[in-house]
Design a binder for this molecule. Structure first.
Ligand SMILES: [Zn+2]
Length: 169
């Protein structure tokens, strides 16, 4: 049975709870829902990053925060709720604009007291002008930042592919 036929039949099933053998239908529908959610997150991330659509901020932040919580679920040194929320915000900001705050992406140190750049590479970003998402983080928070940023990349990539019509076209 194809996925499409399977989903159509799952939608037609009635009273799923009364039929334990129909539980597979529930998982098929749940999987479809998750795909829709993933696309929604990816689309929102793209709109926020590429058009700086501020309306997407809250949705993106809550999606990232949920993912942060998920990836820290079994962490031994689990940060507090507040710290997890702050981490989510840090990850989202860094994903949107990975510019080094020390040199503002200019890659060299500024000559003290002047607006001019010196010949010395910026320390925090090692002269790249960008800061990796896990910069300054440690332990579980660092792992979560990497994992969640990858998840965001995947979502954004898939949403971009889909909106170009390449995947399901
Ligand atoms: Zn820098």
């Amino acid at each position: 049975m194809t996925i499409r036929a399977r989903m159509a039949s799952a939608r037609q099933s009635s009273n799923l709870a009364d039929h334990p053998d129909k539980l597979t239908d529930v998982s098929v529908l749940a999987a479809a829902g998750m795909v829709a959610t993933r696309e929604a997150v990816g689309m929102a991330l793209l709109r926020l990053r590429d058009s700086m659509d501020r309306h997407e901020w809250t949705f993106c932040l809550s999606a990232v925060a949920a993912r942060v919580r998920y990836s820290l679920r079994d962490a031994k040194d689990k940060p507090s709720e507040r710290e997890q929320h702050d981490l989510a915000e840090l990850i989202l900001r860094s994903w949107l604009l990975p510019v080094c705050p020390a040199c503002q992406g200019r890659r060299y140190q500024t000559v003290p007291g002047t607006p001019y750049l010196s010949d010395a590479a910026c320390h925090p970003c090692r002269g790249t002008g960008v800061i990796p998402v896990d910069h300054g983080l440690q332990g579980a928070a660092r792992d979560a930042a990497r994992t969640v940023a990858e998840w965001m990349d995947c979502n954004a990539h898939r949403a971009a592919e889909k909106s170009r019509g390449k995947v399901y076209g």
